[in-house]
Design a protein around this ligand. Structure first.
Ligand code: AMP
Length: 210
């Protein structure tokens, strides 16, 4: 099964994607994670992308589309994948359709996680990650990771003004994709402002076709 997770930044796409990976052994493809890895590695792509990421803007389509084309062409995606953070605009969605057609594949379901923007601002501003084990958590955990004891950090683009910019960009560029996938008859919307496991129960129902 091939799944697209749609939703504003901080809506819980990454959390639900991790559960899908654990339960269904699907491959998680997050363009945000791929770009952050490129930034950390200091590649040409990373240096260029960082300028856009730090200000909450979208990275130009050409960079992302090449990145995703390369990733979707890898053998491990054959057993099913989850796209998280891609596509983010109608032009990216059209490019994705073209790439999948070349690979004789398609998207089975698009799951839109709905959540109120002010809840998102609060949620993202308290988000922390562990640079050592990669785990995402919240500021309520304290300063150190409970798993490996490393100092927890906030993402550079999780500052309030950048979060508000990312939400604005989401409304303008990404929210129209909800209609795009509704038009294809594969859209499922779920309320993301509930406990993680309640949202997960809905995601599982959709993915298992119940
Ligand atoms: P995310 O972790 O998905 O919230 O992405 C973090 C940042 O990476 C975004 O604010 C964008 O600057 C960039 N980014 C991630 N995915 C895309 C995409 N599909 N198109 C353009 N920019 C992206």
């Amino acid at each position: 099964m091939n799944v697209i997770l749609l939703g504003a930044p901080g809506s819980g796409k990454g959390t639900q994607a991790a559960k899908l990976v654990d339960t269904y052994a699907m491959v998680h493809i997050s363009t945000g994670d791929m770009l952050r890895a490129a930034v950390s590695a200091g590649t040409t792509l990373g240096v260029e992308a960082k300028k856009y990421m730090d200000s909450g803007e979208l990275v130009p389509d050409k960079m992302i589309i090449d990145l995703i084309k390369d990733r979707l062409g890898k053998d491990d995606t054959g057993g099913g994948f989850i796209l998280d953070g891609f596509p983010r605009s109608t032009s990216q969605a059209i490019a994705l359709d073209e790439q999948l057609a070349e690979l004789s594949r398609s998207i089975d379901v698009a799951i839109a996680i709905d959540i109120d923007p002010e809840t998102i601002v609060k949620r993202i501003c308290s988000r922390r990650f562990c640079p050592a084990c990669g785990r995402t958590t919240t500021a309520s955990e304290g300063d150190t990771c409970i798993i490996c004891g490393c100092k927890l950090e906030a993402r550079a683009d999780d500052k309030e003004e950048v979060v508000r910019k990312r939400l604005e960009v989401y409304e303008q560029s990404t929210a129209p994709l909800i209609d795009y996938y509704r038009g294809k008859g594969i859209l499922h919307s779920i309320d993301g402002d509930r406990p993680v496991d309640t949202v997960w129960a809905d995601v599982q129902k959709i993915v298992s076709g119940n």
